[in-house]
Write a protein that binds this ligand. Structure first.
Ligand code: NI
Length: 162
């Protein structure tokens, strides 16, 4: 396993559309393992392949309830709405308020190519949407209705360290 470099905003790769995964082989498994290592090292809740420069439809999400490996994910159903803070490993040091569905159901393939369904509410639903957007070259900063100011960021960090 190896840590991969996370691309940050300004890199054109982050704006490109990723292609479907067609080979569920050792190479894919090695990539998934590298992505997990990179995600946990960065202390994130999600990572999409384009963030490490691989334009393939692969997303990892772990909000603390276990790791989801989502390959070729398709959003099947959404419901409700939530409005909350979002950040991104590719946009370091920033946070913004983003409206997302409160419930998301999707289907995806696992590392061996088997289709499965998964759903979630709250933070998981938010993470699914955020990571899915990366596969189509979208960053949350484009849809945030408010990006935190310097003052608001300072307050956020104070509150979090208490
Ligand atoms: Ni992100």
């Amino acid at each position: 396993m190896a840590l991969r470099k996370i691309l940050t905003v300004g890199e054109p790769t982050l704006r490109k559309i990723s292609r479907k995964v067609t080979a569920f082989d050792e190479k894919l498994h090695a990539l998934l393992d590298d992505m997990a290592e990179t995600l946990y090292d960065a202390d994130g809740v999600g990572l999409a392949a384009p963030q490490i420069g691989i334009l393939r439809r692969i997303v990892l999400v772990d909000t603390g309830e276990g790791l989801f490996e989502l390959i070729n994910p398709e959003i099947m159903e959404t419901a409700g709405e939530q409005d909350g803070l979002e950040g991104c490993l590719s946009v370091p040091g920033e946070y913004g308020l983003v409206k997302r569905p409160n419930y998301v159901k999707l289907r995806a393939q696992d590392r061996d190519g088997n289709w499965y369904e998964v759903d979630g509410e709250g933070l998981i639903a938010r993470a699914f949407c955020h990571e899915y957007d990366h596969l189509d070259g979208r960053l949350y900063t484009e849809i945030a209705h408010h990006m935190l100011s310097e003052e608001e960021l300072a307050e956020l960090h104070t509150n979090r360290s208490e």
